[in-house]
Design a protein around this ligand. Structure first.
Ligand code: S3P
Length: 450
């Protein structure tokens, strides 16, 4: 998102049953990786189902700045003519990654082992997020970083002239950090080893293998040990991007709380490193079924069917599940508000350094709508009011965070009074068709005209 666009206040009101089919867009994580890896091999990579949200468009523009030819062929089909591992050109201008932590962190990794310099910036949200978690391991390859206080953007990375392979234990559950190190390892001679104590989304590992890199994953007592052999000749690919489970979460959760709803969300990627929300909802008693389970492009996929579920119960979400649903806690907290009893979410410190401090943003907005929330540094809990029990009527700040904006609009669909969001603009980063898609199902979401 541009940091200069004016806010788009939005309101969502109680609606009749949601019904029909919700074709959500392509997976954001996989879309970023497809463009970046496509740019790092010689030849043409074609992509279908690419998410054409602002975050991914910003990554496409960045790949052009590093010398790749990236073309929109129409209808979600894209083509990337890459420059090969180590072939990035030095960008002529500052790289603006907008709102995207994934975009900036993965691209920093991809360029850090090449002898070029690039300066990165973003919007107010991205420029407030910690980057030392990436520049720390990139320094081990020989790259240098100079940024603002606290390791914030704007930041310049001087890539390593003679990169060396590294062995790195990722200190927090972060697929972005893991991926940045692996992408930097591509242009270092020898074996780069990344170890993560808890499994995080593994799209980078899967896609690197698909592009022909030598990569192995071993489960050990230390955690997942990923070994990548550097300087491979990557082979251009066709990539079919599955639909995004993190976007599917919104129509699914809306259907569970709006009386009488029955919604089908087809073709959703259910990679186990991403599907924690759906497991959690089923444990809460949600009427959520997987239909037509299949494999597409090596990823498990199913059609999700969600129906109104008035009997959901609050649960304790196992902390070891956090990485597999880290982006879904905001919308889970909305469902929790309509369940009976308390939902406790522990081991979620990472929520404080997302596009916003998501615990704080959700707690404040839920309270403004009559829901009790308690929080600590790495946990929070929501006291459910049961089906139909949420008063609503509050104004919520989205803090330049798409998932906060969408979560509160879902709240308004089942609350007693309409719910207002100060700025729905950020929704375009990940789910540009959110409004027409939800309207088609029967939701009442409107933009306020000033
Ligand atoms: C992502 C990883 C997660 C997630 C983000 C996308 C990715 O972030 O929250 O939306 O595509 O690698 P962290 O790596 O910071 O956990």
């Amino acid at each position: 998102m541009s940091s200069h666009s004016s806010p788009i206040p939005m309101t969502s009101s109680a609606c009749g049953p949601l019904s029909g089919r919700a074709d959500v867009p392509g997976d954001k994580s996989i879309s970023h990786r497809a463009l970046i890896l496509g740019a790092m091999c010689v030849g043409e990579t074609t992509i279908s189902g690419l998410l054409e949200g602002q975050d991914v468009l910003d990554t496409a523009r960045a790949m052009r700045a590093f010398g790749a030819e990236v073309s929109d062929l129409g209808g979600g089909r894209w083509s990337v003519h890459g420059v090969g591992v180590g072939g990035f050109a030095e960008p002529e201008n500052v790289i603006d990654c907008g709102n995207s932590g994934t975009g900036v962190r993965l691209i920093m990794g991809a360029m850090a082992s090449s002898p070029i310099t690039a300066t990165f910036t973003g919007d107010a949200s991205l420029n407030g997020r910690p980057m030392a978690r990436v520049t720390g391991p990139l320094a081990l390859f020989g790259a240098q970083a100079v940024g603002r206080a606290g390791g914030r953007l704007p930041m310049t990375i001087v890539g390593a002239r003679e990169p060396v392979p590294v062995r790195y234990v990722v200190p927090m559950p972060s697929a972005q950090v893991k991926s940045a190190v692996l992408l930097a390892g591509l242009n270092a001679p020898g074996k780069t080893v990344v170890i993560e104590a808890e499994a995080t989304r593994d799209h980078t590992e899967r896609m690197l293998a698909g592009f022909g890199a030598e990569i192995s994953v071993e489960e050990t007592e230390e955690g997942r040990v990923i070994t990548l052999t550097g300087q491979p000749e990557l082979r251009a690919q066709h990539i079919d991007v599955p639909r995004d489970p993190s976007s599917a979460a919104f129509p699914v959760c809306a259907a569970l709380i709006v009386p009488g709803s029955d919604v089908l969300v087809p073709g959703i990627g259910l990679n186990p490193t991403r599907a924690g929300l759906f497991t959690t909802l089923r444990e809460m008693g949600a009427d959520l079924t997987y239909e037509n389970e299949r494999l597409e492009g090596g990823e498990p996929v199913a059609d999700l069917r969600a129906r109104f579920s008035p009997e959901m119960r609050g649960i304790e979400v196992p902390p070891e599940r956090a990485a597999s649903m880290i982006d879904e806690y905001p919308v889970l907290s909305i469902v929790a508000a309509f369940a009976q009893g308390t939902t406790m979410m522990r081991g979620v410190k990472e929520l404080r350094v997302k596009e916003s401090d998501r615990i704080d943003a959700m707690a404040t907005g839920l309270r403004a709508n009559g829901v009790s929330v308690e929080e600590g540094p790495d946990w929070w809990s929501v006291a459910g009011l049961g089906a139909g029990g949420v008063p609503g009527g509050g104004l919520c700040a989205s803090h330049l965070d798409h998932r906060i904006a969408m979560s509160f609009l879902i709240l308004g669909m089942a609350a007693q009074q309409p719910v207002r969001v100060d700025d729905g603009g950020p929704i375009a980063t990940s789910f540009p068709i959110f409004e027409p898609l939800m309207a088609e199902l029967g939701a009442q979401v409107s933009r306020e005209v000033s």
